[in-house]
Design a protein. Structure first.
Lengths: 110, 110
DNA sequence: TCTATTAATCGTAATATTGCAATAAACAAA
DNA sequence: TTTGTTTATTGCAATATTACGATTAATAGA
């Protein structure tokens, strides 16, 4: 039925999945990498850099903004985007905790 | 049109997105957390633990197996699943490198 | 052999995602 | 005010994902 049954999972599991989902598209990965790389706000050149149509980029930016990972500031006719450092750090902690689970070397059966 | 234009992104960007996508569903997060928690192979009790139908769990397991994050061993009529440690570590390195990008505190505009 | 158990596969319905053309909105500058 | 520039929104088509009933396959045990 195409609909995720999020109600049967914990808040933490849903949160991890929500963050992961937004990284599940290479355009959004590329946008974030660019924002980190140029080390300042980006005003408008994302469309030419990524290579997708302007409405498509705008949609991807919206998803990143909804999760709070980036923020945009209006500068005249253009909008400047940058990483939201606090929220990124919070997300990073949650994701790394998930990735960093560890288990002892004993009691392995495969 | 519902199809990701992966050809315009780098191999690394596509790899990050592929790993992230598999974590983008809470059932798969829950499966992996359970495999880490019980610290040994799981033979069949995943359906009752997660709370989705057996074909649905089987489908999620298949996606995790396709990416190499888990492996299954046949034990009679049941199959035992566990984390593939080597591949998990490889994935972890790739994902943490992405999450851990950093940028200097200077030259910020927002 | 027959039956029960377990997991995979098939088929299908419902919903979500991706991408873009067309358009709108907001503002700067002439 | 008009024109150009930039970004957001709308609407839609194509494809992907999620979920599960029905079925199949494989094996253990009676």
């Amino acid at each position: 039925m195409g609909i995720t049954k999020s109600e049967i999972f914990t808040l933490q599991q849903n949160e991890i999945a929500t963050f992961a989902k937004v990284f599940g598209h290479p355009a959004r990965v590329a946008i974030l990498q660019h924002l980190f790389k140029i080390n300042t706000c980006v005003c408008g050149d994302l469309v030419s850099i990524i290579g997708l149509a302007q409405p498509t980029i705008s949609q991807h930016l919206k998803e990143l903004k909804n999760l709070g990972l980036i923020k945009g500031t209006i500068e005249g006719t253009s909008v400047c985007y940058c990483i939201d450092k606090d929220n990124w750090l919070n997300m990073k902690t949650i994701m790394i905790t998930f990735l960093d689970q560890d288990y002892s070397e004993t009691d392995q059966c495969c």
